[in-house]
Design a protein around this ligand. Structure first.
Ligand SMILES: *Cc1c(COP(=O)(O)O)cnc(C)c1O
Length: 423
């Protein structure tokens, strides 16, 4: 694409953008009594205006039906989660029965590791990316310890080559091969939260399976950001949160994918609760766990209706917009951000982009490593009404999202960035 560093160009792109009206479906946060430029959807997505109505419906049912709301009225709570599976499955490329919405991300990761990290004999190692989100690191550390291993030995962290910021796919695949005999699990992010690098999930899954290992992904930064095809790629399991690109509210609910190869296997070990028990038998309160088929068989507790109601509002917007359409815009929008950063700051030694240059190897986010006074620059941007985020030790993450960000906002960002660097 031929970009131009002019406001007119940015506005023209906005006029041609078929998704431009979706911005009006979200509340804009305010800074200095003005709409902020919000490039932080990778951390907490904006509130869909429709979310309130979905919440109100459930509050109304609770007020008027109380306990009867579980089985009576519109959309009884007993199977409310079923209303979400289709939309969520379309976002992650799964069959609806392979997906369940429940709990929160790290909780679900542990539940998946219980079923899918089952070390045996020589096979006990886990391959993951170095610098994974801390929650994932702690999950792997404590799961390996739980099985009696030393995490320093059992968890293999793949780091970029000397002088590079991101992992090469060839190196990931080679490492899987090299460790084939001892490998129990490959468990990585779909997109690394720090660098914004998209991992080649299809190739990694194939290599993992050839090595005789199970393969799972944490899609916290991928779900709702890039199209993924969990079923077709033959991924064993995946988990994601819904409050980042999926705009489903602080501490929102989470998604789980279990490939149908496993999902319908009642003998797969798991930590069970009554909500995963055969729905027809659930209220008979009998002894003996019988898992439901599909990912629903991993449910533990009764559904969190209010967070799920918000998620529903959001998933309807995703269905309207279409994840493939969003990706088309997203590549252009983030490409424009990259172009402007390069153009305005050519020869600037202070900033370095650590996100891959290849549009296919990144999502919406660009991570800028700031070599001098990173925190100061971040503070200046925030004061100027640009909401981005800062990750220790010196990275500013900028994530224009296709649903509610515009080319004009990207243009304004680069102007303000320029001003902040001059000062
Ligand atoms: C955001 C994020 C989390 C957060 O975990 P919660 O359980 O939702 O608090 C975990 N892992 C990754 C990779 C993340 O990006």
């Amino acid at each position: 694409m031929n970009y131009q560093n002019t406001l007119a160009f940015a506005q023209e792109q906005d006029q041609q953008d078929p998704l431009r009206y979706f911005k009006e479906r979200f509340y804009a946060p305010q800074v200095n009594k003005q709409d902020a430029i919000y490039f932080c959807g990778n951390s907490l997505g904006l509130q869909p205006k429709s979310a309130q109505m979905y919440i109100d419906n459930e509050m109304y049912k609770w007020a008027n039906l109380a306990v009867e709301g579980h089985f009576k009225g519109n959309e009884p709570w007993f199977n409310y989660h079923e209303l979400l599976a289709g939309g969520a499955a379309r976002v992650v490329g799964a069959k609806p029965e392979e997906v369940v919405i429940m709990n929160q991300l790290t909780v679900n990761l542990h539940l998946m590791l219980v079923s899918f990290y089952r070390p045996e004999g020589k096979r006990y190692k886990i391959i993951t990316e170095a610098g994974a989100f801390p929650s994932d690191q702690y999950a792997l550390e404590t799961q390996t310890r739980f099985h009696g291993y030393n995490p320093d030995e059992a968890v293999i962290e793949l780091a970029p080559r000397e002088g590079e910021h991101t992992l090469r796919t060839e190196d990931i695949l080679q490492s899987i091969k090299d460790n084939a005999e001892e490998l129990a699990l490959v468990m990585m992010g779909g997109i690394n939260y720090y660098t914004g690098q998209v991992f080649d999930m299809e190739a990694i899954t194939k290599a993992g399976h050839e090595a005789g290992a199970v393969v799972g992904f944490d899609l916290a930064h991928a779900a709702g950001n890039i199209p993924v095809k969990l079923h077709d790629w033959d991924v064993d399991f995946a988990v994601w949160c819904t409050y980042k690109y999926l705009n489903s509210g602080p501490g929102g609910t989470s998604g789980v994918f279990v490939h149908e190869r496993h999902a319908n296997n009642p003998d797969l070990p798991r930590f069970a609760g009554w909500w995963g028990h055969d729905a027809k038998e659930r209220f008979k309160m009998r002894k003996g766990f019988m898992p439901m088929p599909g990912a629903e068989g991993w449910q533990v507790s009764n559904g969190q209706i209010l967070p799920m109601a918000v998620h529903r509002a959001s998933l309807e917007i995703f269905d309207e917009a279409g994840i493939e359409n969003m990706r088309l815009k997203s590549e252009k929008l983030t490409g424009y951000l990259e172009y402007l950063i390069d153009d305005v700051h050519a020869g600037n030694e202070v900033m370095e982009m650590i996100t891959p240059r290849d549009p296919k190897a990144r999502g919406a986010q660009i991570s800028i490593l700031v070599k001098k006074d990173a925190k100061l620059l971040f503070n200046k941007l925030m004061e100027a009404g640009i909401i981005v985020d800062y990750r220790e030790p010196n990275v500013i993450r900028v994530a224009p999202t296709p649903l509610y960000n515009s080319f004009e906002e990207v243009y304004r960002f680069s102007e303000i960035l320029h001003e902040c660097l001059q000062k």
